[in-house]
Design a protein around this ligand. Sequence first.
Ligand code: ITT
Length: 200
Amino acid sequence: MQVIVATTNAGKFREVVSILSDLRISFLSLTSLQGYTSPVEVGVTYAENAAAKAAAVAQFSGCWALADDSGLEVDALGGQPGVYSSRYVSPTASDLERNHRILELLEGVPHSQRNARFQCVVALAGPDGELSLAHGSCDGMIAEVPSGDSGFGYDPIFIVPKFAATMASLPPDVKNRVSHRARALENIKPLLQRLSLAAA
Ligand code: ITT
């Protein structure tokens, strides 16, 4: 069975494929979809955005499509950037600029008030309009300074308390066991497994 991963984010694609590597599914990236342009994200929830991304690819390709909408919620910023995480600062800002902005806004905020979480909703859409959603989250803290070269996005400023290290300092296989994405994908895995067995 083939499933298209409906993301333009190479880091996400890598993680999705790795987390679901034990399934008998071959995952294709959007680069295999000639002529496809991703829709602009206009939803106000992760679920709306994930569903829109997966459904658009499923409709365009006639294949099953899996999408992920994620965000970082910082308590001291009233839950921002949240669902707007990919457009935070500006739609063209770099990960570095976004991380810098959050650290700047949190300057002087003590460790005890730097709680944050990653949220993720994954959507699986089928060629006949089928749609299923699953959620996962990961609690943590915002660091004082960025560290680590692994992962992507907000990983260098997000401390996972269990490891006392940023997401970007964890080996990929460790991030892929504890992340918001890993948890959301674990929740949708039984459905993917059923579909792959039915297609075999
Ligand atoms: P697609 O919509 O094409 O999948 P995107 O990067 O725009 O790619 P989102 O809309 O879900 O994805 O935006 C999420 C933002 O949060 C974006 O800035 C990511 O870099 C960041 N992000 C998502 N997952 C992350 C993770 O596991 N670690 C760190 N940052 C992450």
